[in-house]
Write a protein that binds this ligand. Structure first.
Ligand code: ASP
Length: 441
């Protein structure tokens, strides 16, 4: 029987009602042997996450201010959960110790980590699972870098002795035993580390949405969910801003080839999204997996006859960017043309200087600047080797009267990027989405 590691985010654990949902989910499948928890999140939109309250406590304490009131609010959230679940668990000694350590000047990382720590103790008691402290199995080195191999061995060794356990997310320990946290949202990383360590069949990431959608629901009404996506496609879409899960946070399982299943704690019957290394091409959505757009780019289009035979032209162009500290996003080129697509935030106040240097050093026939551009990425593993995709995409944009300023297709053929005016972005995303999805039979 394979093992499942199930990680639950803050909204999935905000109060006793949510804890009960988690209980049902865990009990439904005996393979869910290892559970990773975040700290309690917001109960409602005006609420504050426990982690934020803990950081606030630490800040007050470090400024010598009174932190008792904030700490009481935190303590009460945990007491309420324990009471509402009728658990026979006395957290008062733990709360007292944490409070004393805050008063004695404990580090921000230690203080912030206590939300996950307490929540894991409560969840372990509720499920009847063992509690395993992340500080004993997740390690950072002297420089504060995550020590993946030492951690992996420790996780494998320790959890082989616990058939079922709850592990707090978000933190580990330094060689001197001090607590160190991952970046915010880091419980996702902990879940992935545990999944790799126990060689899980799947890493389930339980959150408050049913996975990824094919397009931003603020742009496309009721977009279809993505059932399956590869890590590479996810990277393309995440780069354009589509996010549910930060793709960097799942590196341990990506490396190990363990699939990640995004599921909704509030709607566990929905299929969610499965992230895998390799997958069969999508067919039912006419070959695309998703479409995403991002505004705020500038295109610098350079033309020079015989550019293609001028040795070092590209290198000199890019060194102008480099010496100005600018990175570029895309560089589509033709025989005598080359365009640079750059995020506006990179160019900030530097555009004129860059243009001057290009003119001076490269002597082009013309340099044109198109600002207010949006990029739209149409992503799909099914696009590779499927004729007619580009035709369909450009026909859709043409029918909408949208002017395409730039086209770039990565050699992997899993995406086509087009540049349009900022103001056309939403219309373009909708046109592409419906061109592919409505054809789905
Ligand atoms: N509780 C931490 C945060 O709010 C970590 C997490 O939930 O993943 O960032």
């Amino acid at each position: 029987m394979g093992v499942i590691v199930a990680k639950f985010g803050g909204t999935s654990l905000a109060n006793a009602v949510q804890f009960r949902k988690v209980y049902r989910i865990i009990m439904e499948d005996p393979r869910r042997q290892y559970v990773v928890v975040s700290a309690p999140g917001k109960c409602h939109s005006g609420d504050t996450k426990i982690t934020d309250l803990l950081y606030a406590c630490h800040k007050k304490a470090s400024l010598g201010e009174e932190f008792g009131e904030v700490f009481e609010a935190i303590a009460q959230r945990f007491r309420d959960i324990i009471r509402d679940l009728n658990l026979d668990l006395d957290v008062e000694p733990l709360l007292k110790e944490i409070r004393e350590r805050i008063a004695a000047g404990a580090s921000a990382d230690y203080v912030a980590s206590r939300g996950e720590y307490l929540n894991a103790i409560i969840m372990a008691k509720f499920l009847g699972y063992d509690f395993v402290d992340a500080a004993d199995i997740i390690f950072f080195d002297e420089r504060g870098m995550f020590d993946s191999e030492r951690t992996n061995e420790a996780v494998a060794r320790c959890l082989s002795r616990h058939e079922r356990a709850v592990i707090p997310g978000f933190y580990g320990s330094m060689p001197n035993g001090e607590i160190k946290t991952f970046p915010r949202g880091g419980s996702d990383i902990t879940g992935a580390i545990i999944a790799r360590g126990v060689n899980a069949e799947v890493y389930e990431n339980w959150t408050d949405v049913s996975g990824f959608l094919m397009a931003d629901p603020r742009i496309v009404e009721n977009p279809k969910p993505i059932r399956k996506i590869t890590y590479r496609e996810l990277r393309e879409l995440a780069y354009m801003g589509a996010s549910v899960l930060h793709e960097d946070s799942i590196f341990p399982v990506k490396k190990a080839g363990i699939p990640v299943h995004i599921k909704n704690t509030n709607a566990p019957e929905e299929p969610g999204t499965l992230i895998v290394n390799e997958a069969e091409p999508v067919t039912c959505t006419g070959a695309i997996t998703g479409v995403a757009g991002k505004k705020g780019f500038t295109v610098i289009a350079i033309e020079k006859t015989f550019m293609h035979v001028e040795l070092g032209f590209g290198r000199r162009l890019l060194s102008i960017l480099e010496s100005n500290g600018i990175s570029f996003e895309h560089m589509p080129s033709g025989i005598d043309t080359i365009s640079l697509v750059i995020a506006d935030s990179q160019l900030d106040g530097k555009l004129e200087k860059v243009i001057e240097e290009i003119k001076e050093q490269l002597q082009p026939d013309s340099v044109e600047v198109h600002s207010n551009m949006a990029l739209i990425a149409t992503v799909g593993r099914g696009m590779a080797h499927t004729p007619g995709i580009a035709a369909k995409l450009f026909t859709a944009l043409g029918n909408e009267g949208i002017n395409v300023r730039m086209i770039d297709q990565g050699s992997s053929e899993i995406n086509i990027i087009v540049g349009v005016e900022n103001e056309d972005m939403e219309r373009a995303v909708r046109a592409i989405y419906y061109a592919f999805v409505d054809n789905c039979k």
